[in-house]
Design a protein around this ligand. Sequence first.
Ligand code: MN
Length: 331
Amino acid sequence: MNVGQIVLQLPLDTIQQMKATYSRAEKPAPPGAIFSAKTPSCSITAYKSGKVLFQGKSPETEADKWGSAPSGPKKPPGPKAGVKDHTHPGHKGPAGLKPSVNDHRYAPAPALFTSSHIGSDEAGTGDFFGPITVASVYVDQSQFALLKELGVKDSKLLKDDAIQRIAKDLMQVELPYSLLVMRNERYNQLQQRGWSQGKMKTMLHHHAIQKLLAKIDPTKPDGILIDQFQLPSTYIKHLATEGEKLQQNVSFMTKAESHSLAVAAASIISRASFVREMDKLSKQAGFTIPKGASAAVDQAAGRLIRTHGRQALPVFTKMHFANSAKAEKFV
Ligand code: MN
């Protein structure tokens, strides 16, 4: 058989798109590969280095959809050129780029972003004061235009007052969502029991999604996308320690809020809740409690201790942060 081959160097996000595109034609991938697929015209193997090998009777049929080979003399098809390469013992795939954090089998298919799906995101995890809030939101395909109209986008690009306004609008359009708030006392209890913040976030996302799935039942989302805060394998491991399993059709992706309107809406609802909680804490303290974990935060913590005593710390703060110790010089 006449075997031709084309090698393309492609960015990892293109490779993830390819993986999704060829998901129905996927076959077991050799070690070091991201995926392998077989189409009528050729077989395709993508490596973590970004190299993608197309080989078969007409590799250009698929290769031309994704990129063009570097110019220069074409490699002769040559007998068995590279054909057995990936089965060679000890062959680990072409060396090169380190696999990215999104280089895993839980990456979302790009089609998910335009279908009816659940997005999940959290706020407050890097702030010394205040709770962790997690929101999961279900967005039906038919609501995408409306959400864009309301200004839904990555909450990091929005000021807190815009976030509050959009969050209110989202309540008006009755977007199905669930919101969980883990206040500081609970956070500190679990932390002292040995829970990492990653485990707390895992369980919060898991339960928020569970509640939302029950809420929208019998509607089934086309998928669930969690804004990735740790490796999916770690998320799954944390679930297992609590006897829980990953729901069906869950994907993970970093910066998901800039790709998915559902995650963007979740980022807005969770952030708006965090801001409300901080307002409550400020009232309780009698002065403005700052967000974040900066030097201003250390000073405010010192002031809190001066005015309310050290026993206020577990109620207002994530005590294991370095800010606790730094606050002492302001007491
Ligand atoms: Mn996030």
